[in-house]
Design a protein around this ligand. Structure first.
Ligand code: F0G
Length: 451
């Protein structure tokens, strides 16, 4: 690893380590907190290691038309801002990143916002934002000579890890909560060859167990407590800034589960700002499901100074997390940028997901909390109509097809969950109909759907 250029800093007590010194569970031996990757050379105003803002913008754009393998990755295209490897030849890539930024005209009109976009991280190789983090941390695992890697997961991390491990020629172990992840994600881990254990535990229990296992066996932990994951996951911030010609949007809205992603995006924008690539940071807001909202409670009860774990329950299984590991990092991002933290109900998630589907994009339920959260922020007067807003869609709609089908069949929500929203839901539902195989019957069905 490139220990000359980077070090790890504990976000609790400030202790600094080289990459090789950190404990296998990525917790500080002194205070138990998590680490953040730091690049000491960047703080010297004129030092040889401080990246040059103008040159980088030009270089990164040039790489979009390069034929070099690494330049095809939307993560390693920005490698000057993630010098974590001894040799970039060790990078394990599936050409992740470079995801589309879509305009959302219907939602924008309904909300009275001029500029509303979706950065669709579900368009990554395994269908979620986890790929951008996995390429970075898997490359470190490979460079450090590990044979086994592992993660606890609500599904997407395991799918991404299994794919990148296969590409790197490493073996991998997946711990998932039994019956609580979407089948599409489980099928990916199996397809890519992971050793998959379904445990009678929730995500938080799986992660606690894995933390013990990595202390006993030479297995590299690839959950987002691993700070190299966040180095990869910060790069969508660079793509967003680049897409807006380096004048960042006013507001970025992100789903919150284990809270690694919001932390990573905040770090990405903070670094762009500190290095002079952008003049300001966007507000970053984090939205949780009401049944899995420990960070929301923390802000309400004690301004984010302490976090009380909750028993999590939501159909947005990706964010069914009651004891998020990176909560302190996320609190800092929300407070530094002036964003908000709020939660949305199961009905609000389902409606928002159907609306994103109706834009021709689709996403998995956990991603839809962003639009549901935006509606609340707008209704509460927190976002002006002139502001530019980006929703971060974290997973592809095909990840959880059962959820979508249940919604359109009308079997997803209990009547008491849908109270007051029945008309909206009815307007969005598009159930598949059984129709006789005659032109007349099909045309009658067509007529019935108009109006
Ligand atoms: N959206 C999706 C689709 C996710 O899979 C996750 C997390 C999140 C949002 C929340 O991101 O944890 O960084 O706050 N999924 C993890 C997993 C926990 O195991 O796949 P976060």
């Amino acid at each position: 690893m490139n220990d000359n250029l980077h070090q790890l800093r504990c976000i609790g007590c400030g202790a600094r380590l080289t990459g090789a010194e950190v404990q296998p569970d990525f917790r500080c031996a002194q205070c138990g907190e998590l680490f953040e990757v730091e690049y000491p050379g960047w703080s010297q105003r004129q030092g040889p290691d401080r990246p040059n803002a103008g040159a980088l913008k030009w270089l990164w754009r040039e790489r979009r038309s390069s034929s070099e393998t690494l330049d095809h990755s939307g993560v390693w295209r920005f490698r000057e801002l993630l010098p974590i490897l001894e040799s970039f030849g060790n990078a394990v890539t599936l050409f992740e990143g470079n995801t589309p930024l879509y305009h959302l005209p219907r939602a924008a009109k309904a909300l009275g916002i001029d500029q509303l976009f979706a950065k669709h991280q579900g368009m990554n190789p395994t269908g979620s934002f986890k790929d951008t983090g996995m390429t970075a941390a898997m490359s470190v695992a490979k460079e450090r000579g590990f044979e086994w890697v592992a993660c606890a997961s609500t599904g997407n991390t395991s799918a991404a890890m299994a794919a990148y491990a296969a590409r790197a020629g490493l073996r991998c172990l997946v711990l998932i909560p039994e019956g609580k992840i979407a089948w599409g994600k489980l099928s990916q881990a199996m397809d890519y060859g992971a050793v998959t254990c379904q445990l009678k535990a929730d995500f938080d229990g799986c992660l606690t167990l894995l933390t013990q296992i990595v202390k006993e066996a030479p297995i590299y932990l690839l959950n987002s407590v691993n700070p190299y994951r966040l180095e990869g996951q910060k790069t969508p911030a660079f793509e967003i800034a680049e897409a807006f010609d380096w004048s960042v949007p006013d507001h970025l809205i992100v789903p919150g589960g284990n809270l690694g992603n919001s932390s990573a995006l905040g770090k990405g924008f903070r670094e762009l700002h500190d290095l002079g690539l952008v003049a300001r940071m966007p507000k970053i807001s984090v939205i949780q499901a009401a049944g899995a909202n420990p960070l929301v409670r923390s802000f309400l009860n004690n301004q984010g100074t302490a976090l009380e774990p909750v028993e999590a329950d939501t159909r947005a299984t990706a964010i069914r997390i009651g004891n998020p590991a990176s909560w302190r990092k996320a609190v800092r991002v929300i407070q530094d940028t002036g964003g908000w933290c709020l939660d949305v109900t199961e009905a609000e998630i389902a409606i928002a997901k159907a609306e994103i589907g109706a834009e021709g994009l689709g996403c998995e339920p956990a991603s839809a909390v962003t639009l549901a959260g935006l509606k609340k922020l707008r209704a509460g007067g927190k976002i002006a109509s002139s502001e530019t807003v980006v929703l971060l869609l974290t997973g592809h709609t095909l990840k959880d097809a059962d959820y979508t089908i249940d919604f359109h069949r009308g079997t997803l929500l209990k009547p008491e969950e849908a109270v007051g929203r029945e008309a909206e839901i009815a307007r969005l539902r598009r159930n598949a109909q059984a129709v006789e195989a005659t032109p007349a019957a099909v045309l009658a069905a067509l007529k019935g759907s108009v109006g």
